[in-house]
Write a protein that binds this ligand. Sequence first.
Ligand code: FRU
Length: 589
Amino acid sequence: MKKNILILCLCILGVVSAFTGLSAQSTAQSFESNPVDKKFVLLPVKTGAAKTWVTVNVDGVWQHEFEIELATENPDFYATLEVGQWKGKKLVLTAETVVPGSKWLNLIKTSDQMSDEPLVYKEEYRPQFHFAPRRGWTNDPNGLVYYKGTYHLFFQHNPYGTSWGNMTWGHAVSTDLVHWNEMADAVIPDKNGVVFSGSAVVDWNNTSGLQTNPARDKAGKIVNPPLVAFYTSTDANRGKGKSAQSMVYSLDEGKTWLKYPGNPVLPHMIGGNRDPKVFWYEDRKNPANPNNGHWTMALFMDGEDYALFSSKNLIQWEKICDIKKLGCSECPDMFELPVDNNKQQSRWVFWGGNGKYLIGNFDGKEFKIESGPFTTKFGGNDYAAQSYSDIPANDGRRIQFSWMQGGEYPKMPFNQQFTSPRNLTLRTTPDGIRLFMEPVKEIEKLRLPDPITFSATLKGAENPVQVTGLKGELLDIEIRFDLKSYHATDTNSVIKTELFGQTISYNPGTQILSLTGIKAPLAPVDGKIKLRLLIDRTSLELFANEGIVQIAKCFVNKDKNSANLTISGNSDLADVHIVAYQLESVWKK
Ligand code: FRU
């Protein structure tokens, strides 16, 4: 393509420098592509460089703006701005404050490929079987919806830098929950502001009327229903806006998303109200009632308070109840699950941002709390989980992703990752009904053949038993301790498992499990403690006793090829059984 670069020194010196505090020579400069004939503009980024706002104008009309650490030379990576939707038009990107002498206009590129091909997924600290964005920052998983064989994963994305900002919905798709194909960003900021967290549903009966050409099969079922997603638009006007709930929809099976012209669909009500999670409620006791069923939105309101809203058409919403003082804020989720696999004994779960949950009943109008709050998650690297909508009934799982908040990815052009996908179940325990979470079975597809199996009797705290033959950095390990004669009063004896510099210990006396300082209560079941470990290059997830306890921990695995797995503990504490699989990377080498 003819790359038209136009350097416009628009407004200089006094005005810009007074506004930004930058040196008096900072200038505004523009990049122009006229006509647009490629899918993407690739912008050079250098982490730590001076930030500038860039506005996007098409045929003279303002579209959106973002803040970016524009590289003056030697970019760390390229950020991707999708422009294909403006083919044939005139695109002008204006950087407000450009450092004198910056070469960004020589570095910027247009392309039909997203950023940095073929460097992506080959980085030193790239998670090998966990989702992390190609480039830029992510936090919450958003809009998790399954449709026609595809799992959609949207995510809070800063496409232009490796720290939080410019919130946009990134988009990735998968047919098996482990191999992801990242697409162009799906929902970008607009005059209503940036795009915070939210959810997506399939509007099977076209209740919204957004599908204007519904096609039906012989049974009368709509075969091209709209996919509808809800998110919070906020911080319009560079931090001066209020948050309201907006809607986008897709008529091409989730490939492209259109803004609903009547946005926002729910105005600002209070505080930082945000993170709409929408689901279809049906009264299974009265299936014949033609009025049965409505959409429900769980919304974070303010402080530790949430509220539920109801709608027949996804567009008009009315408040139905409050759920207050849950002990957490942000990112609600709400779903019904059978107890012990028995649908007649189902309960509803209300879930908050930090993983605290309530168990109760929901009749379409009110959430009645039965017990809680409880938690299954321990440790600080797990936040803002969301579960999938529209998993087919014959699968029936409640699959959840969570943000592994706080990880470190030294010098990487991306930042943050998600947990592995988990399946949630409600089970009866001696303490009552609780939520369990275990890795989905699809992870097992990554297991390489010939696992290491190992059994041993412990030989004392000072004599660790070495598990030999364990190779590789990506591991899926099952460990079972058959507890022997321990005394409940003996709180000094500990079974210690060490690998990759991490320590997992279990104290049968105190019934405390700990992973390098993160502690969780854990009672043996039938005299056994069962652990499942998923180890990736930058994370370790520990699921205990089928997931009544789960600890997600970020760590940078520098030992890579020597796990050096040892187990120690008094010989009368336990017998140990281990099955350890090496996993394959989801990225092609
Ligand atoms: C949770 C959260 C959400 C918000 C989003 C913004 O991590 O603060 O409440 O929508 O992140 O990125």
